[in-house]
Design a protein around this ligand. Structure first.
Ligand code: HEM
Length: 394
């Protein structure tokens, strides 16, 4: 297909339903929307997000522009973040994460993550009526964040409030909450600055101390210590906790899914991957073409955005047999939801550990967990959040 065939590709809304996607996929692997191109199939999505020919064209800046955060001090802060940078600067800022959250390092956290999950479950007051988001999902990544930076776990509720107010309004493109996002950012930055100053006095075995060591080794600058520390505050919690909710909502809404998971005690990682395929936190991964780039017989013209739809790619019938069915034992495939290549999610291994261990432990301790009423999620053009998820653990 050439660029001249543009008129023949289907129109696909950024808010398309699964039925809309299925219909569009019957016509083409790529669609067109008001924001650019929408990639509908798994393998082409993976190819584009992994290709070095595409860039991120200012990255998260495209979202900030769309919510009206186009200038000023807050925008300037965001412009410094990894998600808005290209080239050598982003490579440097990714380094500390790659050191600190590489699979071997994350594996060492398994024991404390398990202990944390047990503690969270022990503290549940009424196991017959649990607000899964407030009593479980919010607590795990926020407590883990405290451990990662060696802050007292009692700070977790405060950290949770700050992180919840920074990124989610932007990801949900909620203009009304822009002021709240900015206020929380400065509150978080103030905390991070003091925290770094404290850590400089006695380095320890934590993320912040490692960042300072990276500065001492000349890997990142003084200012970048702050920026990378802020990125952990911004990125490490809200996506994980919403995916935890999406994962449990997906597993429990059809009892046979949970039963399949329980039947194979080693299946937790696979069960989790199936939920990322069927119900991903990130609905799209963005890439940008700075020059004309041919893909699969079609040329993406320079200057265009390409939105790889994980919601559609996960249901691609040319990739997954019976794609709407939750099934363990599928041939291994790569989850689209964490992106790929030199822009990929730097916390994917950690997020996977948190979610998989929660499935395992709840499976061991509370195999009869079930939904209490319907659960509700809200899909935006970029991400999905869980609005409510009530369960009984017994
Ligand atoms: C289920 C939970 C999570 C999801 C769905 C998620 C998803 C994503 C996605 C889609 C990207 C962009 C990838 C791309 O464009 O190729 C990303 C980037 C990033 N993620 Fe995650 N993430 C999660 C958890 C985490 C955690 C736990 C951390 C930190 C501990 C983290 C840190 C980051 C950072 C720093 C980036 C920016 C990478 C860059 O621009 O180079 N994420 N994440």
């Amino acid at each position: 297909m050439s660029t001249a065939d543009l008129a023949r590709i289907p129109e696909v809304s950024p808010m398309a339903t699964l039925q809309d996607y299925a219909k569009a996929r019957r016509e083409s692997w790529i669609g067109h929307s008001m924001r650019g191109f929408e990639v509908l199939t798994h393998d082409q999505g993976w190819e584009i997000m992994s290709s070095k020919e595409f860039d991120i064209g200012g990255g998260f800046g495209v979202v900030l522009d769309a919510v009206g955060l186009t200038s000023g001090r807050y925008r300037e802060e965001w412009n410094k973040q990894i998600v808005c940078t290209e080239g050598e600067l982003r490579t440097r800022m990714r380094q500390p994460y790659m050191r600190l959250l590489k699979p071997q390092q994350v594996a060492k956290l398994q024991g404390s993550v398990r202990e944390m999950i047990h503690g969270i479950l022990d503290e549940i007051k009424d196991p017959t009526d649990v607000d899964f988001m407030a009593e479980i999902a919010w607590r795990l990544p926020t407590q883990l964040y405290c451990d990662l930076i060696s802050a007292p776990r009692e700070m977790a509720p405060w950290i949770g409030r700050v992180t919840e107010a920074i990124n989610p309004p932007l990801l949900m493109m909620d203009r009304d909450r822009l002021g709240e996002s900015e206020a929380a950012y400065w509150e978080g930055l103030d905390f991070i600055e003091k925290h770094i100053d404290e850590k400089r006095k006695h380095l320890g075995d934590d993320f912040t101390s490692e960042l300072i060591r990276c500065e001492l080794e000349g890997l990142i600058s003084h200012d970048e210590v702050k920026t990378v520390a802020m990125s952990l505050l911004i990125a490490s919690m809200d996506n994980t906790l919403h995916q935890l909710g999406l994962t449990f909502g997906t597993l429990l809404e059809d009892r046979s899914r949970w039963e399949q998971t329980l039947a194979r005690p080693t299946a937790a990682p696979q069960a989790a991957e199936e939920t990322y395929r069927l119900c991903p936190r990130f609905g799209v991964i963005a890439r940008h073409a700075s020059v004309d780039i041919p893909v699969n017989g079609f040329t993406i013209p320079a200057g265009n955005w390409v939105w790889i739809s994980t919601r559609s790619g996960g249901r691609d019938e040319t990739k997954f047999e019976d794609p709407d069915t939750f099934k363990l034992g599928r041939p291994a495939s790569r989850a689209l939801m964490f992106g790929s290549n030199h822009y990929s999610c730097l916390g994917a291994t950690l997020a996977r550990l948190e979610i998989t261990e929660t499935i395992k432990i709840i499976g061991e301790r509370f195999p009869n967990i079930h939904l209490k009423g319907d659960w509700a999620k809200r899909e935006g053009p970029l991400v999905t959040e869980v609005e409510h998820l009530r369960v009984s653990l017994v």
